[in-house]
Design a protein. Structure first.
Length: 289
């Protein structure tokens, strides 16, 4: 029997990562390039296809986790954040199949993240905290694929902070990297990245610690409510902001303990185990489904 391989792509706003997996799901090759996010969908697909070609073998299929709202049936990008130009409207499945001659299947990147991280599980909530806050739901072994399903970043009425969606008080308005920067600047006048604020908090800056504490409190509350509604007792967290987990942990756990599930136990938290490969590995699972 000829060996079969599967490719997984993570197309993000700054970089595109490709992995090649063997039949057992082990990564046998990996490649990364900057995403030409402002050069339009065809350029983005050219780069993605080039990464797969660089592996030198034809995979049996290509899975894609892509930033933005992606139609799970057709793999067409329906909407994107402001880091992309011309990505909305791109037919990922058809475009990659045409370039590489094998089936391709695309899904939103947070959903792919959860597919990767939750391998072997039947129920889990996935939350990514980066530039924005994304979410995905695995219920009874199935990823919920309705439009907007899992958008935990845009629930909650935590206050008056403006959210990227145009409404106010959502989780993302407190817990995204951008929001941490905005909240810190509002109180201090200083313009720092979320990472720099974390470093300041570790060095004893009380305002920096407070914006993380607030993010953690609202994150815990949103996770507790989502878990309670859907019967999910595990949340898997990923994204750049989670690198500062020690600054979030106490507040998250306190909020979860204050709002336990009906069973009496709080939702458990697990941090990403696959790191930068989570989306690409989830995409491999997607195309093998
Ligand atoms: Zn919102």
């Amino acid at each position: 029997m000829t060996a079969r391989f599967w490719a997984g792509l993570d197309i993000g706003g700054s970089k595109t990562l490709a992995v090649l997996c063997d039949e057992r799901g082990e990564v046998v090759a990996e490649a990364v390039r900057p995403t030409p996010a402002t050069e339009g969908g065809e350029s983005i697909l050219d780069i993605a296809a080039g990464l797969v070609r660089s592996f030198g073998v034809t995979p049996a299929g290509i899975g894609v986790g892509a930033a933005g709202v992606v139609d799970p049936n057709t793999g067409t990008v329906l909407a994107t954040g402001d880091s992309f130009t011309g990505w909305a409207g791109t037919a990922i499945n058809a475009g990659l199949s045409a370039r590489l001659g094998v089936p391709a299947r695309a899904e939103n990147d947070v959903r792919a993240f959860l597919l990767g991280e939750a391998a072997g599980l039947r129920n889990a909530l996935g939350v990514t905290l980066g530039t924005g806050v994304g979410g995905a739901l695995l219920v009874d072994g199935r990823l919920l694929r309705g439009r907007g399903a899992g958008e935990i970043g845009h629930v909650g009425a935590f206050g008056d902070e403006p959210c990227s969606c145009g409404q106010r008080g959502h989780l993302e308005a407190y817990a995204s990297g951008r929001s941490l920067s905005r909240r810190y600047a509002a109180r201090t006048g200083a313009s720092l990245t979320a990472q720099e604020i974390a470093a300041a908090a570790e060095a004893g800056d009380a305002v920096a610690a407070a914006v993380y504490e607030e993010a953690g409190r609202h994150l815990g509350s949103a996770v507790a409510q989502a878990g309670g509604l859907l019967g999910l007792d595990l949340a898997i967290l990923g994204g750049s902001v989670v690198a500062s987990w020690p600054l979030l942990e106490k507040a998250v756990l306190r909020a979860l303990e204050a709002q336990p599930l009906l069973s009496g136990t709080p939702v458990r938290i697990r941090l990403s185990r696959l790191g930068s490969r989570a989306v690409a590995l989830g995409a491999v699972r997607l195309v093998r489904e």
